[in-house]
Design a binder for this molecule. Structure first.
Ligand code: EPU
Length: 416
């Protein structure tokens, strides 16, 4: 276990580049299963979740080369075996192998995936969707899905990101047209669709909640560049604004950041955004409290909420948070409270943060990845020394976040 020891109280200033998107990388790497030839994927973040996912592909029989943010995957000699329990439980994204395995081999097997402890994370949307496409499902020690797929209309009862991604990948092998309604539209879902099109799939409605996939398509290898990580861009914006520094964040895709940038503006954070850059400037007026409600893209993502929550400790007045997507997303608020934040909890999906407060250092374990980023920002703002005991949770989704923040003036020491 590594820990971060943080000496807070510094303004963060300078320039930093945003990595490729974690959640797009996992979906695109899953889609390489669909091709019987080589794929070359660029801008892949070197994070623990990607490393775990590549391990799963290797267990399936893929030949992998990962260096300098480029992954070459040769999935010619794959076999359909189930994802080992320890990897499935380490990584929620492991469920993304089910759709492409079913498409390529007519069979997929897996155990219930694990991942961040942020609330109930059922997979009924995935399984019901596979059933509608003609998959037969048996659930014993592991979940097995088998069958030849036929295109049909699937209305998702809940807009699930990985559920949408799994069904799109399965549908590329289905006979006829599959229409997925209430589909997720997140940038990572769009990225997956663009990659599949580059592989030869036929998909209409990319970026909308109604997707039509015409199949079956024999998919070939492709080259692809993963989109920039919008959640990481928001992480750096929040770190700059909360420490009241000046930061240039490069490599962003502004088209994916409407909701978070609108919220920063409402909070009185001063910034300019043009091309592929955001400049966060020093505040001209006190930050002010806002209402934060998460939603399905293009609204504010649940993963972005904790990054605004820590910024809310530095604003004048109340910020209300309503995150209906997960009922376990308040762990970071307990941590911030331990650091001196004034938080009033409603039910599991509601909280109010009253500011501004002076935060002080503390010793803590982070409950999940985005909570970890939020707590790390809190400890940069705080006076004194903080220890975050399980830094690996942050490494799951951020590449060398400690080093990159240190290059902006933070004082974070990693102790293994
Ligand atoms: N849901 C169901 N049934 C299902 C699936 C989901 O009821 O079968 C519900 C969930 O309980 C939740 C909502 O639907 O209330 C949305 O969950 P979703 O399925 O969209 O989440 P996910 O696909 O498991 C992805 C990201 C998460 C991100 C969520 C929401 C990946 C690998 N993970 O998870 O990312 O929080 O979408 O945007 O893409 C992270 O990056 O830190 C992370 C946790």
């Amino acid at each position: 276990m590594s820990r971060f020891i943080v000496n807070g109280g510094q303004e963060l200033s300078g320039a930093v580049g945003v990595s490729g998107s974690k959640n797009a990388a996992l979906a695109v790497l899953a889609a390489t299963i669909l091709s019987e030839s080589r794929c070359e994927i660029d801008n892949v973040p070197d994070i623990l979740d990607v490393r775990s996912f590549l391990k799963i592909l290797e267990i399936f029989g893929a030949r992998i080369n990962f260096s300098d943010h480029r992954v070459n995957v040769d999935a010619t000699d794959l076999r359909s075996v189930s994802v080992p329990r320890d990897l499935a439980q380490r990584l929620r994204g492991s469920i993304l192998t089910a759709g492409p395995m079913l498409a390529r081999f007519g069979r997929a097997a897996m155990v219930q995936p694990g991942g961040d402890a942020i609330g109930q994370r059922p997979i009924d949307v995935h399984l019901d969707g596979f059933r509608k496409l003609g998959g037969r499902i048996t659930e014993k020690e592991q979940i097995e899905i088998e069958g030849k797929l036929t295109g049909t209309r699937v209305v998702l009862p809940v807009t699930s990101v990985t559920g949408t991604e799994n069904l799109i990948m399965a549908a590329t092998a289905a006979q006829g047209t599959t229409e997925i309604r209430m589909a997720a539209t997140e940038p990572h879902v769009q990225d997956l669709c663009h990659f599949l099109v580059a592989m030869g799939a036929v998909i209409d409605g990319i970026g909308t909640p109604i997707l039509r996939i015409s199949g079956p398509s024999k998919l070939h290898g492709a080259q692809y560049r993963i989109c920039s990580d919008e959640i990481e861009a928001v992480t750096f914006c929040a770190a700059a604004a909360a420490t009241k520094g000046e930061m240039t964040i490069t490599g962003v895709d502004l088209a994916h950041l409407d909701a978070p940038l609108a919220l920063l503006e409402r909070m009185n954070v001063v910034f300019t955004a043009a091309g592929n850059m955001i400049h966060i400037l020093k505040p001209k007026r006190p930050y002010r409290g806002v209402k934060i409600t998460t939603g399905v893209y293009p609204q504010l993502l649940t993963d972005e909420q904790p990054l605004f929550g820590v910024l809310a400790t530095q604003v004048v007045g109340d910020t209300t948070i309503h995150d209906w997507i997960y009922e376990g997303r308040q762990g970071y608020l307990l941590a911030l409270k331990q650091m001196g934040a004034e938080v009033t909890f409603g039910d599991k999906n509601h909280a109010t943060i009253s500011g501004p407060t002076d935060l002080h250092g503390t010793e803590i374990r982070t409950p999940d990845l985005r909570a970890g980023a939020s707590i790390l920002i809190g400890s940069l703002v705080a006076r004194g020394r903080s220890v975050i005991y399980n830094a690996e949770i942050i490494d799951r989704g951020y590449e060398k976040l400690d080093e990159r923040l240190n290059s902006l003036g933070a004082r974070i020491e990693r102790v293994d």
